[in-house]
Design a protein around this ligand. Structure first.
Ligand code: ATP
Length: 299
């Protein structure tokens, strides 16, 4: 008997979730013998539900929520003996992971993608004992994202993160950073480090145009100077996908990273507050099977 579990965050995307669910249940009911719907009540629920889906050998798990819900589900699926296929119906504000897979941001269109049953093996990242799909970030700009309120997100979307980030740039100084990677070691002062597994970060779909979800790499950008005049120069290159060409940006492709600093700085993991440095990150290559659009399914 084939089984699918829908994990839905009712707080994500306002009333959208309730409106979309009946159609998702109908479509999945035509594909699988059994459809289980589990609603999250708070932090950690989606991880527990995903672990249960592995233990009970579900064929697929579908996320209905934002990047936070995707991240929690990945933490439940990672390194389990049986890992169900993973589908995403995006309901959040930014939805970077859906963007990088070409999954439509319109939830109804995303349901149609799942119907096609096209799969792609995807990498996930591991940092200490946590897992991530999208991005690690270190620096005051990354920390500023925690100040974005739900109200700001609803009103401004991803621009809310950008505004808080810009404020942090104006106020803060660079910090000393050591980055150990596949090719050696970088030591210097930085304003921001971004290590991404996917091309889309903070809704900027061309931040890392070379990144593929299954290339085994963390695409690492070290931004060495970010005074306001430089920031104004960097923004156009960010939009054009040329940030790595910038003199003040160091670009490293690596399968593992060790980050350290003498200061008390925490790493941001897929948009949420993570561990104090030092941290060690690695890529688990082609670890999950994702339900993706036809155009993205070729290996
Ligand atoms: N029923 C609930 N009520 C309030 N918060 C919840 C509930 N269920 C889960 N959460 C919290 O919501 C967080 C995830 O939100 P999610 O990312 O899915 O949506 P979002 O915030 O709208 O999207 P985005 O991250 O793109 O802004 C989880 O970390 C979890 O702690």
């Amino acid at each position: 008997m084939s089984k699918v579990m829908i994990i839905i965050n009712p707080s994500s995307g306002k009333e959208k979730a309730g409106k979309i669910l009946p159609n998702a249940e109908k479509v999945l009911g035509e594909m699988y013998d059994q459809v289980t719907v589990l609603k999250t009540k708070g932090e950690g629920d989606a991880t527990e539900f995903a672990k249960e889906a592995c233990a009970k050998r579900y064929d697929a798990v579908i996320s209905m929520g934002g990047d936070g819900t995707v991240n929690e589900i990945v933490n439940g699926l990672a390194e389990q003996e049986h890992r169900p296929a993973f589908g995403i119906i995006p309901l959040g504000t930014v939805n970077d992971f859906a963007r990088s897979l070409g999954i439509p941001l319109n939830p109804e269109a995303a349901i149609d993608i799942i119907k096609d049953r096209k799969m792609k093996e995807s990498d996930i990242g591991k940092i200490n004992d946590r897992y991530f799909m999208n991005v690690l970030a270190v620096g005051p700009i990354a920390e500023a994202t925690y100040n974005v309120s739900v109200e700001q997100k609803t009103r401004l979307g991803s621009f809310a993160y950008f505004m808080e980030g810009a404020k942090a740039v104006i106020k803060k100084n660079p910090f000393p950073l050591t980055v150990e990677h596949d090719q050696g070691r970088w030591i210097g002062e930085a304003h921001l480090l971004i290590a991404t597994m996917t091309n889309s970060v903070g809704g900027f779909e061309r931040l890392a145009p070379d990144a593929e979800v299954n290339d085994g790499k963390l695409h690492t950008f070290i931004i060495k100077d970010l005074s306001l005049p430089l920031l104004l120069k960097i923004i156009p290159s960010l939009i054009k996908g040329e940030i790595k060409e910038h003199d003040e940006v160091e670009y490293i492709q690596t399968s593992k990273l060790h980050l350290s600093t003498p200061e008390d700085i925490k790493v941001n993991i897929d948009g949420d507050e993570g561990f104090l440095l030092p941290v060690q990150a690695t890529v688990l290559h082609k670890h999950l099977r994702l339900l993706v659009p036809d155009t993205a399914s070729a290996e």
